[in-house]
Write a protein that binds this ligand. Sequence first.
Ligand SMILES: O=P(O)(O)OC[C@@]1(O)O[C@H](CO)[C@@H](O)[C@@H]1O
Length: 510
Amino acid sequence: MATLAPPGADKSHPSAAAPKKTSLALGNLPPKQQGFGTQQYPRTPSRVDPNNPPWPAYRGYHTFSFAHATMGVRLPTILGKAIDDVVKTLNDEYDEERIIDLTECISRMEDLMDDLQNNAQLRPIIDDGEGDIPLWNRMLAKYFRGKDFMNAPWLFAEAYKYRRLHECFSLSKYWKTYDVFFRQKCETFSRSGDAVFELSLRFAEPWKQAEGLSQEKQLEAKRLMFHELTQICLWGNSTDLSLLINMTEEDIKKLQSTGGDHLAATEQNILGNDLGRVWEYISSSRFGSAGKGGRLDFVLDNAGFELYCDLVYADWLLQSGLCSKIVFHGKRFAWFVSDVTRQDFEWLPNSMVYGHLFPNASDEELASLKQMGLRWKQYVKEGKLSYQQHAFWISGFTFWSLKDEAPDLFLELSNSDLVIFKGDLNHRKLSYDCAAPSSTPFDVAIGPLATESGAPPVLSLRTVKSDVVVGVPQDVADRLDKEEPGWRISGKYAVVLFSEGHKGEPISFA
Ligand SMILES: O=P(O)(O)OC[C@@]1(O)O[C@H](CO)[C@@H](O)[C@@H]1O
């Protein structure tokens, strides 16, 4: 039976086609506005938390970012190499109980590899009796429930991976303190001979100021030395083992070149440079107490060559009288491949004095290294140099949370006349590792560490190896983004950024 179509139901008729354009004359509507979404950044401090930094966080699923390459490729590669290292150790072991214990560590590492590659949810850290467990599990429960490796902020997910790696060993009976990167750290230092002797031949003899100079000239000589040694300390950070996966010995030498011309050329690559302000402060009566040098703290980054540069710098700061006490802060266990642990801190001067790391070195070179190593060991005995390793440094928190999450550490640092944060990772933690505009002033980017009552003066010495950049003129960053798209991760550029803090002001805890 034919259906009766209602009038006008023929959809194929031209009159049923949609009008090309409908224009309404509605002159009373409000005008269109611009900038939606941008006003929410920076988030006000009360809206900032580890999952919601002041500006948008970098996350592994952001395919445009270094976070993506790191989570998807670099971390599994690093973990694969770590497994190879443990297998080497396993092959050299003879005791059955220790062998079985170590195979269990390997199988936990394989589980971690599966989790990484399958983008698993971030589970709590198993209680291995270590002091940082509450920091980790509270943070996971409060801010990252249900998050996985790719959608948690990159900084947290990456740190979490290193904590999980530690768990593979901390749950064992015999291998609790095993460092999967130790072998690699030692080998890289032993391949850094040229740069190592370049410095030891110059600095092994105790430093003396040239005689007969006016006070003004003496100060100027110190300023110049400070200027160059700070840069050596800064560029020592370009040798980062986690990025050296495919580097040749020649490449490493180029990175470590410490010659004068090279330094002058590389100073142009310091895109935000507060070195002048730092000298003004360090050479003033505000630094330390009258007639006595100041206290300097280093929040360390990498072991081996970078630590060696840090110690050459610290040695001169003590000898010059600018500092009377230097405190080094390192990690409790293997962290981001090459970070300094207590074992690395002790290994360095001991290997300089007793080791046979440089078979091709001359007697003179070896003697210079030994002389310097002996002096550093003496500083440690005298308490002029010391080493600490607070659990906060191996947590997933950024330094915006330092005072709240580690009040004891905040008090300790508030005694310092200057806290130097070395390297890229520390810079990410200072600046909340988020997409802040490059022109954001350093004081703004580091939040409470610049504004809190009692906060110490802070200096970041960082070669730029990841996306976040602050304290750099916007036009410079925009030009580099256009002309050198890899500049944020190449380590070719650096920043030297200073915040005066509020030392001496009364500290209270909410
Ligand atoms: O802190 P460092 O040694 O200067 O650099 C650490 C680093 O290589 O590792 C991270 C990516 O895995 C980035 O923060 C940075 O590029």
